[in-house]
Design a protein around this ligand. Structure first.
Ligand code: HEM
Length: 521
């Protein structure tokens, strides 16, 4: 495996050296940015492989502003962008696209027909067909299914509350709950319909692409600069265990998708009422204008399983950690939940101000995908909300970008911008959403689908499942906080790392967040 990495790295390095000779002057050399201590890795390790997420990024943003230059591998300049107007432009303009290396990895894992992979007109068509399944009406119908998940979650937590147990790791419990929510909502089948092996394939997939190592970072970075046709060659070098995990998870998704879709079509043939789950909605549209084909629906199985599970589970774990740090707020939230119960059930989740302020603040401070990459496919001009001071001291409000420029969307940094969120932007303070003061300035930006946040991205690739994710957080948090209390152990030691998504990592390096949990009602 080491030899393969070395070989690919060498090939990439040779190619890059040629590239460097061809492009001696960087077109963004006049933009200030942090120094880099490594020619090979540039600032990349500080951004993507550091122990604590944001450790360097947030300081750089304070020093250089919301648009600055960072070094990629082998000294190639990249643009780090958290300026809201610039991000909006990048996500909505046809001048920017997914970089070939990202597209290649998505194709390898999710297949060429998945919504994450397809581009241009095919992507628009797929989104139009998928949108009704994610509309507010369709998602609201899933509340009873999410209720089943909440009941299962309580039962799992109770089983873990043994007299001699000091702490419970909330991370796997929430991962199981969000997998259950997805299988119920998308495929209309219970979590228990998946066998242990299938569940472990999924966690293996997250582990495979989880905490990045230097070599993996280097190979992925080199792929950015190679011509798209050469990328398939990389698959030949994929280490066998990774290739096996990808193949097992694809097979599992194929079986689950085929079984579900065939059942829905059978029901339709027999004139039976089709389920309200997402596959049911897509199957109903199959014969209509603009509906997806059998294979196209099937191709979304793995994306839906993966996109919706770890993101929500990790966000919920980080939310519980914040509640554990603030017992007073935790109790206030609990009281709000209890006072809105009618015959033991909550009816309108949107009418709970503390709950919704807490969810918005969690999504602001902990965006599951804090970075996204794009490449300019033509020369363009980036509009800027906040003027940029160049290395010569000139102030500019629009930035010329050359075709081929790599851009990192710093979504998490945008959500810590003091000019938008106030001087306490680094603090976790749900009350800001109730006071409305700092977000007045965010309000005028009209960014993203929810609360002017970029957590679900914005533009053509906005998260399809954002309504489902918010509803799921509402239902599961009400269940958990209404029935249990959460506190951090004395020797917590958990760090938040960016490893595919933001996640809590224990001192052992494994994902997890042990907490002291007690039943309150
Ligand atoms: C807290 C939870 C979630 C967060 C923070 C989140 C965030 C995101 C982000 C940032 C993207 C854009 C990725 C990119 O193109 O670089 C995305 C895409 C997507 N998400 Fe989510 N997501 C969440 C939950 C969900 C759920 C629950 C589902 C499904 C039920 C879902 C389905 C999707 C799909 C299908 C896409 C691809 C959209 C496209 O490429 O057109 N997500 N999500």
């Amino acid at each position: 495996m080491g030899l393969v990495f070395a070989l690919t790295t060498l090939l990439g390095a040779a190619f890059l050296l040629c590239l460097r000779l061809l492009r001696r002057r960087s077109p963004i050399g006049f933009i200030p940015g942090p120094p880099s201590s490594s020619w090979l890795f540039g600032n990349g390790l500080d951004i993507s492989v550091c122990n604590v997420w944001g450790q360097h990024e947030f300081d750089w943003q304070k020093k250089y502003g919301p648009v600055y230059r960072v070094k990629g591998c082998m000294g190639i300049d990249q643009l780090m962008v958290s300026d809201p107007h610039a991000v909006q432009h990048i996500c909505t303009s046809s001048a920017f696209a997914m970089p070939p290396n990202v597209g290649h990895i998505r194709k390898t894992v999710f297949g060429k027909l998945s919504v994450l992979t397809v581009t241009g007109e095919s992507h628009r068509r797929l989104r139009t067909a998928l949108n009704p399944a994610f509309s507010s009406g369709s998602v609201r119908k899933l509340i009873p299914l999410l209720g089943n998940t909440a009941t299962m979650l309580t039962s799992d937590l109770e089983k873990s509350l043994l007299p001699n147990t000091d702490t419970i790791d909330m991370s796997p419990i929430l991962a199981k709950a969000t997998l259950s929510a997805i299988t119920e909502a998308v495929f209309g089948c219970s979590f228990t319909d998946l066998d242990d092996e299938q569940v472990s394939f999924l966690s293996d997939l997250f582990a495979t692409f989880g905490p990045r190592r230097r070599a993996q970072f280097l190979v992925e970075s080199l792929m950015q600069y190679l011509p798209p046709f050469s990328l398939d060659l990389f698959n030949l070098f994929t280490p066998a265990p990774i290739a096996a995990t990808i193949s097992s998870v694809q097979k599992m998704a194929q079986e689950l998708g085929t079984r579900t879709l065939n059942q829905r079509l059978q029901s339709e043939r027999e004139g039976l009422e089709m389920n309200d789950d997402l596959f049911g909605i897509l199957a109903k549209q199959m014969s209509g204008k603009g509906g997806l084909s059998y294979n196209e629906i099937l191709a979304q199985t793995l994306v839906l399983l993966v996109a919706g599970q770890d993101t929500t589970a990790n966000t919920l774990t980080l939310a519980l950690r914040e509640l554990a740090k603030n017992p007073v707020f935790q109790q206030e939230l609990r009281s709000e939940i209890h006072s809105n119960l009618v015959e033991g059930k909550l009816v309108g989740y949107d009418n709970l101000p503390l709950l919704n302020a807490f969810i918005k603040e969690t999504l602001r401070v902990y965006p599951a995908e804090p970075l996204a990459e794009r490449v300019a496919v033509e020369d363009t001009i980036l509009p800027l909300k906040f003027p940029l001071t160049t290395t010569s001291g000139e102030q500019i409000t629009a930035l010329p970008i050359k075709k081929g420029q790599l851009v990192i969307l710093a979504l998490g940094s945008y959500q810590r911008l003091e000019a938008v969120w106030g001087e306490d932007a680094q603090e976790f303070r749900p009350q800001r959403w109730i006071d409305q003061t700092p977000s007045d300035s965010a309000e005028s930006l009209r960014l993203g689908p929810y609360a002017n946040l970029l957590t679900f991205l914005t533009g053509a690739r906005t998260c399809l499942g954002w309504r489902f994710a918010v509803l799921e957080m509402q239902v599961l948090l009400c269940e958990l906080v209404g029935k249990f209390s959460f506190a951090l152990p004395k020797d917590d030691g958990v760090q938040i790392q960016h490893a595919l998504t933001l996640m809590p990592l224990m001192p052992s390096g494994e994902k997890g967040s042990p907490m002291r949990v007690a039943r309150v009602v």
